[in-house]
Write a protein that binds this ligand. Structure first.
Ligand SMILES: [Zn+2]
Length: 304
């Protein structure tokens, strides 16, 4: 039994309602590259690849360790042209330059990237500036553009005020990407919804509970909601973390209120990982549909 089949079976147990068996490729598949956060305890930092019609296409976040997982999974990066960054904390963005490097070496022709991420505030640069600081002409890795393929970057900075409207940022050939501002302490952040044919997945990114109305609106009736869970219900985690992250009970309520068909809890912290039963119970108080816990290299088939 190869690794993909083994993982698919594992996911079938977790997500019986959102999977389909058989040899046909699903329209959408999410591959978890990194299911962890900033603590180094064996999980890569937050990162995912969306596979559309069997081809990896969209990178969502690029936390440290994503580069390693890409190689372990032998993913073909040739068609990856879209990068969605939920926010610019290190555990979500530190492998972005390494991804560019790896992608360039898999390409025979020019690469035109479109990159989306939050606008800047305080200590955090806007995403266009962040990309420029990495691989721009005066960037730390300016040599990247001479390293392999001919690369171009179109970067769009997204509104970060909570009262900003939900916005469609990609709409082409059956693929739609929408985003809305969230709130993650002092770090500008956004959530994304990706729809392809009849399948849809929503990435919460890191967010505190103040942004739940926006997230619920974005996730309405989605097939899969991937919600980052870095704290236990109060008072079991340090109080200051509740200004950064949403606790499990409220994650369950958001999943229920949005009507999503399944929930994958990710961005797991060491203290959450040891408390999966408690986290599941908190979520189940409001949300009765399938709930799973992410692990690195997990494959999740999305849609009917
Ligand atoms: Zn994080």
């Amino acid at each position: 039994m190869n690794m993909l089949i083994a993982l698919a079976l594992a996911v079938t147990v977790l997500f019986p309602a959102c999977l389909r068996a058989g040899p046909a490729k699903p329209a959408m598949e999410v591959v978890v590259l990194g299911s962890g956060g900033p603590r180094a305890f064996g999980r890569a930092g937050s990162s995912y690849i969306l596979v559309l019609d069997g081809r990896p296409r969209i990178l969502v976040d690029a936390g440290p360790g994503a580069f390693l997982r890409l190689g372990e999974l032998h993913l073909d990066l040739e068609s990856v042209d879209t990068v969605l960054l939920t926010h610019l904390h290190i555990d979500h963005s530190a492998d972005l330059a390494a991804f560019f490097n790896a992608r360039a070496l898999t390409s025979d022709g020019p690469i035109a990237y479109r990159i989306f991420g939050p606008d800047g505030a305080g200590l955090f640069p806007k995403t266009s500036r962040f990309v420029d600081l990495l691989v721009g002409n005066d960037g730390a890795f300016a040599y990247q553009k001479t390293f392999g393929a001919d690369e171009s970057f179109v970067v769009r900075d997204l509104a970060i005020s909570l009262d900003s409207a939900r916005t469609k940022i990609v709409d082409e050939n059956g693929l739609a990407v929408e985003e809305i501002a969230t709130h993650h302490g002092d770090c500008p952040s956004v959530a994304y919804r990706i729809s392809y044919r009849s399948a849809s997945v929503v990435f919460s990114g890191d967010m505190d509970a103040s942004a739940l109305p926006n997230l619920v609106q974005l996730a309405k009736n989605a097939d899969l909601l991937i919600f980052n869970c870095a704290v236990l219900d109060p008072p079991r985690s340090p109080s200051q973390l509740y200004g950064l992250h949403t606790p499990p009970t409220k994650i369950g309520e958001a999943a229920r209120d949005s009507g999503v068909k399944s929930l994958l809890v990710s961005h797991l912290a060491p203290d959450v990982e040891g408390q999966e039963d408690a986290v599941r119970k908190s979520i189940r108080a409001a949300f009765r549909r399938p709930v799973g816990f992410a692990s690195d290299k997990l494959h999740v088939l999305v849609g009917k």
